[in-house]
Ligand binder design. Structure first.
Ligand code: TXA
Ligand code: MG
Length: 327
């Protein structure tokens, strides 16, 4: 992605904006992962998002805006929200705030709150502006499957169900945004993501809590954002224990952080190294694409290694634990 929009991209944005205004669904690049976007004001289009993804109606969507001013048309800000929006937007931070009454219930799953973020991607911002609408957009994958970090991933998973996919190149951050609730007494991270807890704590000058993961009970809506077994590959995935040597086997796919102690490649079906240099930002960027590459024959089982539990490691480990079914 360059820092200017080409005439061809401009034309695609205009076409996509028209589709959105007419109730269509558009695959939209963001800095985190690709989103599946619809007009926030169009409940029929929003309902299609749920159908296309196979997503339960009790799991609310994030509303994407071009700036803070537009955010406050869907959410009611407080001083903290204004501060964080000013410091972190555009960027991978989603704020959960009391909603404005006009937001359709479908978007918020009937909650009194709404999740809102301003994505740090030129094409996404240009699309929101061209449509003149806030866009409700979950990640553009089928429910509980791996999130898409390239346009081709969206086409592969949702293809015909989407009116148009804007290709903005590979996503720079690679894990979803940090979801921060500002509805309680203290700010609370509901989902660790692309903006680190350490950065939030520095901005807020206080410790920030991390919501406990809760397991999805049959039929009862969990705390939003807390669904277990999310982001799962098709093959079973388990985590490598801290003291465990890498296993060997012709049906194994290994997902390593730096690859420092990997066995010879010939002893497994496939292996992926997220960052030779041990850079968590690079690991985040590669995570979903690496899992996708591993998740095909002859690999039948995946073993993945956790990162140090800090910075972006928190978000990556959260996705790996969910992929392992540990919620
Ligand atoms: O980076 C991202 O956040 C990507 C890109 C496309 O922007 N979007 C994304 O959307 O990950 P989705 O739908 O896959 O995840 C949205 C998360 C869910 O965990 C949902 O439960 C939570 O945000 N959420 C949405 N509205 C909420 C609310 N009112 N209260 C609590 N959690 C909410
Ligand atoms: Mg998602």
């Amino acid at each position: 992605m360059t820092d200017a929009i080409t005439p061809a991209q401009q034309a695609s944005i205009a076409a996509a904006a028209m589709r959105l205004r007419a109730g269509g669904l558009v695959g939209m690049p963001t800095e985190t992962v690709y989103g599946l976007a619809a007009s926030v004001w169009d409940p029929a289009a929003v309902l299609r998002i749920f159908h296309v993804k196979g997503r339960p109606l009790f799991d609310p969507l994030i509303v994407h805006v071009a700036d803070a001013e537009q955010a406050w048309t869907v959410a009611q800000p407080n001083a903290l929200a204004r501060h964080l929006a000013q410091q972190c937007w555009p960027g991978p931070l989603t704020l959960v705030l009391p909603r404005q009454a006009a937001v359709p219930d479908l978007v918020t799953a009937g909650l009194d709150s709404v999740a809102v973020r301003c994505p740090d991607h030129l094409l996404a911002l240009a699309l929101i502006r061209a449509a003149g609408l806030p866009l409700a957009a979950p990640s553009a994958n089928r429910f509980a499957c791996l999130s898409p970090t390239r346009a081709a991933d969206v086409v592969e998973q949702l293809g015909a169900a989407v009116d148009l996919v804007l290709d903005g190149g590979p996503c720079r951050v690679g894990v979803e945004s940090t979801v921060l609730s500002l509805c309680g007494e203290r700010p609370l991270i509901l989902r660790p993501g692309g903006l680190t807890r350490e950065r939030l704590e520095a901005l807020l000058d206080s410790p920030v809590g991390l919501a406990a993961r809760t397991i999805l009970d049959e039929g009862s809506p969990p705390a939003p954002g807390m669904l277990a077994s999310h982001y799962a590959p098709r093959c079973p995935l388990r985590l490598r224990r801290g003291d465990e040597a890498w296993p060997k086997g012709g049906d194994l796919g290994l997902l390593a952080f730096t690859g420092a102690d990997l066995p010879p490649a010939a002893s497994v079906a496939s292996q992926e190294i997220l960052s030779w240099a041990g850079d968590p930002a690079q690991a985040a960027m590669e995570l979903f694409a690496a899992l996708r590459r591993l998740d095909r024959p002859p690999v039948r089982r995946i073993v993945a290694e956790l990162l140090p539990e800090q910075g972006l490691g928190l978000a990556i480990n959260d996705r790996l634990r969910r992929a392992a079914g540990l919620g």
